[in-house]
Design a binder for this molecule. Structure first.
Ligand SMILES: NC(=O)C1=CN([C@@H]2O[C@H](COP(=O)(O)OP(=O)(O)OC[C@H]3O[C@@H](n4cnc5c(N)ncnc54)[C@H](O)[C@@H]3O)[C@@H](O)[C@H]2O)C=CC1
Ligand SMILES: NCC(=O)COP(=O)(O)O
Length: 331
């Protein structure tokens, strides 16, 4: 029987509880089952039938008729739209527990609803986001390849992978080192084979500077770092382009020429992703011992509790986690 996925509820004052409830409504007749870790009362308040369970395996039997929840009550009352740092440690604990279920094999993969970074930081959380936190939690688990984490965002046929993630734009250029670019490319290449069943992945490298540096007139990173790394990667057998101007890398015909784009900074990847498919985009952590996906949107405080938040991205994240877990297990 298919192992269940495990879902975390994310920031309780955001759209997490309502999109998790809506995702269960949409997916309850479709395998795989999932177990939610979080405050069961928040989910009951969404009007769905909840069943409290103890382990992910307990989710399999009731999933079609009730939303299975491993109940972890929050310490502070939740005011919709107003995150309280007092609940942030419980949010982090939920992620940690969910990761342990995947590491132990009790769940096949992890899907996380969005967290709000600021209240987490205010409570002492020392990671930029889920991606780095989950990498730390899985650091001692065996992994048969180049370790990430690498953040990939998917939308329709676009897979955009980030060389740098949550850093100020002013710091990006100094972080574009040969080692970081090469490691990112290796993780992406291996993951496309292992988790996406693409036999011969084709990677496209986005340039950092306008017009790929215009021969050095608009920046030297392409000449000094990116072209030599691309050549080195090709010598290793990785099919990757030289750095290409980012403004012409994401239109329909361009996307047909590669399986994943290597993007140098957050917005270079996330703008095309969210423009192409804001509702269906998925955030994937590559190069980790566990499968982890997430919606591509955040906590939506401005709309939380109004019944208008869309669950499409979370539903896509559940489906993708299931497909990736199956691809990884089949190897
Ligand atoms: N994976 C994660 O945990 C992520 C967390 N965040 C966090 O979310 C918080 C808010 O970030 P923002 O930049 O405001 O992005 P956001 O994605 O929460 O909101 C941007 C816009 O999209 C709308 N929106 C978001 N989710 C929606 C949904 N499910 N249905 C309909 N409309 C939706 C919002 O109403 C808003 O207009 C921040 O603290 C950020 O750190 C942001 C992205 C990912
Ligand atoms: N902009 C993407 C984002 O914030 C997701 O971060 P993470 O929590 O998945 O690491």
């Amino acid at each position: 029987m298919t192992r269940p996925l495990v879902l975390t509820l994310g920031e309780p004052a955001g759209v997490g509880p309502e999109i998790v409830a809506a995702a269960w409504n949409a997916l309850k007749t479709e395998p795989p089952a999932f177990a939610v870790i979080g405050d069961a009362d928040l989910l009951r308040a969404q009007g769905v039938l909840v069943v409290e369970i103890n382990t992910p395996a307990d989710a399999l039997q009731p999933f079609g008729r009730a939303l299975p929840v491993i109940h972890r009550p929050l310490p502070a009352a939740v005011e919709v739209g107003r995150p309280d740092p007092a609940n942030a440690p419980a949010v982090a604990d939920g992620i940690e527990e969910a990761v342990s279920f995947v590491l132990s094999g009790e769940a096949s993969g992890l899907v996380t609803a969005p967290i709000a970074k600021a209240p987490m930081y205010a409570s002492g959380f020392r990671f930029p986001g889920h991606t780095e936190f989950i990498a730390e939690l899985t650091a001692d688990a065996p992994y048969p390849g180049t370790r990430g984490p690498v953040m990939m965002l998917t939308a329709k046929d676009l897979r955009a992978c980030l060389v740098t993630i949550h850093v100020a734009l002013g710091q990006v250029a100094e972080l574009i080192t040969a080692d970081r670019v090469a490691r990112t490319a290796r993780v992406v290449h291996e993951s496309l084979k292992r988790d996406f069943a693409i036999a011969r992945p084709r990677l496209a490298m986005a340039a950092l500077n306008p017009h790929a540096g215009e021969g050095g007139a608009l920046g030297v990173e392409e000449i000094e770092t990116l072209r030599p790394v691309a050549a080195q990667l090709r010598a290793e057998g990785i099919d990757i382009t030289d750095p290409r101007p980012a403004d012409t890398l994401f239109h329909d015909e361009a996307r047909a020429g590669y399986d994943a784009a290597l993007c140098m900074y957050h917005d270079q990847a996330l703008i095309p992703v969210k423009t192409l498919d804001f509702w269906g985009g998925v955030n994937v952590s590559l190069g980790l011992p566990i499968i982890r996906t997430s919606p591509d949107h955040g906590t939506g405080f401005d709309i939380a509790g109004q019944g208008i938040a869309r669950a499409d991205s979370l539903i896509a994240a559940v489906r993708l986690a299931s497909e990736m877990a199956a691809a990884r297990a089949a190897r």
